[in-house]
Design a protein around this ligand. Structure first.
Ligand code: LAC
Ligand code: ZN
Length: 471
């Protein structure tokens, strides 16, 4: 079947948009966690019509399709679990229109979030969703993942920023459908736009998006501090919140993880405790005063070293954000050192708990680290209670994989016990399917799963789009 599919796709798209080289296909078959599937071909559509043609072909022959951005979701969301065709959106990367007056931008799905922000910055605007993978993550991937990131406590997730979408449905005609509006307010019956956001490529292929944009803050002050204990760090967070500071960033990493990430990034900053990173938007005149208040709160809660920057540009230049951005890299380094060069798999959790329950969550994660004997790197978005404990193990160690899977499930149960949720921003993919069921059952909402499976059938009657994911 593989050869037929390749020649069929070449016939309808032209040879230059279809790749079936083994080595290249392997690159598209895996995600950074180390999960890997198998690929028949990778196709690179260049237009909406190309996508529609691909879908019509796949519908006819019942070929599985995997729409893909940069595949950095970390829960097995975009990799081809069953053999199929990767639909890479990387050639559809035009910023079609920026309208400051309407506060919107129209983009193709392959535009990288970073590049979008470089363009918007020229107008004094930004698109605020800022996942750890922001330098490679694409708009289409972020829409399908429902991505969040470091500014989540203030700006929420993708759900809050997508106004309209053009999608291609996986039906006989490869129907092209426009959903949502180009205005900030929009009531179009049931909200199909937001149904697609976070649907992980299981309902439709996003081919264009209308996103809301917002002015860049005039200025942001940043402080990075190290605390003798997580309890001290949390009490600094409480004080910052009680002072009514409207933070843009509120991020943390535990001591060992910060040290590893500092080493991995060859940072000049040597962590001396549990790390808190805070950014507060203020106008230039108030920068000094607010920075003084912020460092005052940190020091009065026991912070030893405090690094500060009067602007985001200075913070980037002095690499105050780099340690936190490299949480995942830190675990990769740790697992790699311990595995003596073997291929490793990383499981990064993505639970959220109400921030008031964070101390209990952190203690619970430490307990599970001991219970399973898995060295855990811990950090996340402390402002919105989204935690990313991460473990790694050699890919060929079955026993360690079993243990890590049990650990993974237990971390999610801990979140549910504390009134939280199993996935905040990375999605369900393959790794969190069971946990999603558990979450809904605990809420007495088992029926919601039936509704979701029904929705999947309505959009994708033959089940060809990213099969086996989410529900
Ligand atoms: C982070 C990404 C991985 O917060 O969610 O680092
Ligand atoms: Zn995150």
């Amino acid at each position: 079947m593989g050869k037929d599919v390749v020649s069929g796709l070449k016939r309808i798209l032209g040879g230059d948009k279809v790749v079936d080289d083994e080595h290249i296909m392997r690159l598209y078959a895996r995600e950074p966690s180390g999960l890997e599937g198998s690929v028949i071909a990778v196709v690179f559509p260049e237009s909406v019509e190309d996508v529609s043609k691909i879908v019509r072909y796949a519908y006819d022959r019942e070929v599985y399709l995997y729409p893909q951005g940069s595949s950095t979701d970390l829960v097995g969301g975009a990799y081809p679990e069953r053999p199929g065709v990767i639909v890479s959106m990387e050639r559809m990367r035009r910023i079609i229109n920026v309208s400051i007056l309407d506060s919107i931008v129209d983009v193709e799905p392959g535009v990288r979030l970073w590049d979008l922000n470089v363009e918007l910055a020229k107008h004094g605007y930004m698109f605020p969703i800022d996942p750890g993978s922001v330098k490679v993550a694409t708009v289409g991937g972020a829409i399908n993942t429902g991505a969040g990131g470091m500014r989540g406590a203030r700006y929420g997730t993708m759900r809050d920023w997508v106004l309209g979408l053009t999608v291609v449905l996986p039906d006989r005609d490869g129907t092209i459908l426009r959903l949502g509006c180009r205005t900030l307010k929009c009531r179009q019956g049931y909200d199909l736009t937001r149904l697609i956001v976070g649907s992980e490529g299981t309902l439709a292929i996003v081919v264009e998006a209308t996103l809301k944009i917002t002015p860049l803050p005039e200025n942001v002050v940043v402080a990075l501090a190290f605390f003798p204990s997580l309890d001290d760090l949390v009490s600094a967070v409480i004080d910052i919140k009680e002072r009514g500071m409207d933070t843009l960033l509120m991020e943390f990493m535990d001591r060992d993880s910060a040290m590893l990430a500092s080493k991995a990034t060859k940072s000049d900053i040597v962590p001396t405790g549990d790390m808190l990173l805070v950014g507060v938007p203020v106008n230039v005149e108030a920068a000094e005063r607010v920075l003084g208040e912020l460092t005052g709160i940190m020091r009065s809660n026991g912070a030893t070293d405090v690094y500060t920057a009067r602007s985001m540009a200075e913070a980037e230049e002095r690499k105050l954000l780099e340690i936190r951005r490299n949480l995942f890299t830190a675990q990769a380094l740790l697992a790699f050192e311990e595995s003596q060069g073997r291929k490793i798999i990383l499981f990064m959790e993505d639970i959220a708990v109400p921030p008031s329950r964070l101390p209990e969550a952190v203690k619970g994660i430490k307990r599970l680290e001991e219970k399973y004997g898995l060295k855990t790197v811990l950090g996340g978005h402390i402002g919105d209670g989204n935690l990313h404990p991460t473990v790694g193990f050699p890919a060929d160690d079955e026993e360690a994989r079993e243990r890590a899977l049990k650990w993974y499930q237990d971390v999610m149960r801990l979140a549910l016990d504390l009134g939280g949720t199993v996935s905040a921003e990375h999605g369900i993919g393959t790794l969190k399917k069971k946990a999603l069921e558990e979450e809904l059952e605990r809420l007495g909402s088992g029926k919601a799963l039936e509704i979701m499976r029904g929705i999947k059938r309505v959009f994708d009657p033959k089940g060809i789009l990213n099969p086996g994911k989410v529900v």
